[in-house]
Design a protein around this ligand. Structure first.
Ligand SMILES: C[S@@+](CC[C@H](N)C(=O)[O-])C[C@H]1O[C@@H](n2cnc3c(N)ncnc32)[C@H](O)[C@@H]1O
Length: 271
């Protein structure tokens, strides 16, 4: 199959680690998974892949630029508080990027295993590098996948990469990724299938902002979320839905637009 013409190149090299439950990501297999999921023919995905492949090496600095050092640690603190409980052992991050939030949150909560799912292999490569360079002794795996097809992505990684992945996770996290994916309902519905019955999901993203709408970025599927609409959607799938807006501002230096972020906590999946 020829994907060279419209598929940005990426190289993957991931070291095997003794405490790492992942298999190295083979580039051909990664592409096969992305193709099987139907992502490689979607225009928005192609834009996202190109953008995030380029952004991966400086993702942490970019996030620090959005919130400032203090704002970022406050947000990590808030997320940890929402997720928190020592009973919960596994965490799946959707659109994890390089683990900018996942790694510090997992350290705070002392979770036993972390799983980073992302559709940009380069982001996962940097996540793996960070885990290794910082000698983080937490079992982890990188999952090539689509947030709109969580269970199918897990299945493909089990089948094609021989990863041992749980069926259910105690915690699900997603930060600043929902607005890049068109079908929010599919993601929320998908979470109900992989969240353990007593589990908890915490989603962080940007609140809808008129100003931002006019400066739309081409990798965005949504210019933030209207909280009442989001609540209504989430209550179709979860008994407990709590959304709040902490006093933490997010400022995009490219668009110069300042936005608010929300933290949505979901519990008790309805199925
Ligand atoms: C703005 S970054 C957020 C990364 C990280 N969560 C953070 O807060 O720094 C959005 C991430 O979503 C990923 N992404 C975009 N579309 C996706 C999809 N359909 N499925 C999975 N990941 C996706 C991108 O590759 C990128 O890593």
């Amino acid at each position: 199959m020829d994907y060279s013409s419209n598929f940005p190149p990426f190289t993957l090299f991931i070291d095997w680690k003794i405490n790492c439950i992942m298999m190295p990501i083979d580039e051909a297999i990664a592409i096969r998974i992305l193709q099987t999921l139907g992502l490689t023919t979607k225009d928005l995905y192609k834009k996202n892949l190109e953008h995030f492949t380029e952004e991966a090496r400086k993702r942490d600095e970019i996030v620090e630029g959005y919130f400032g050092k203090e704002g970022l640690s406050k947000l990590i603190e808030e997320i940890s508080k929402e997720l928190g409980s020592s009973e919960r052992k596994t965490i799946l991050d959707l659109g994890a990027g390089t683990g900018t939030f996942l790694i510090p949150v997992a350290k705070r909560l002392s979770v036993a295993q972390i799983f980073a799912l992302d559709a940009t292999p380069k982001m996962l490569e940097y996540f793996e590098k960070k885990m290794q360079q910082q000698s983080i002794e937490i079992k982890h795996a990188s999952i090539i996948g689509d947030m709109e097809q969580i269970a199918r992505s897990l299945e493909l990684n089990r089948e094609l990469r021989k990863l041992e992945l749980p069926e259910k996770f105690d915690l699900v996290l997603s930060t600043l990724a929902f607005h890049h994916v068109p079908n929010t309902e599919k993601i929320i519905e998908g979470i109900t299938h992989v969240l353990s019955p007593n589990g908890r999901a915490v989603i962080v993203d940007i609140v809808f902002n008129e100003q931002m709408n006019s400066k739309s970025s081409e990798e965005h599927a949504h210019e933030g979320f209207k909280l009442e609409e989001l609540r209504e959607l989430a209550t179709k799938y979860f008994e407990n839905v709590n959304i709040r807006v902490p006093s933490i501002k997010c400022k995009d230096s490219e668009s110069c637009v300042e936005t608010e972020v929300f933290i949505m906590k979901l519990e008790k999946p309805i199925r």
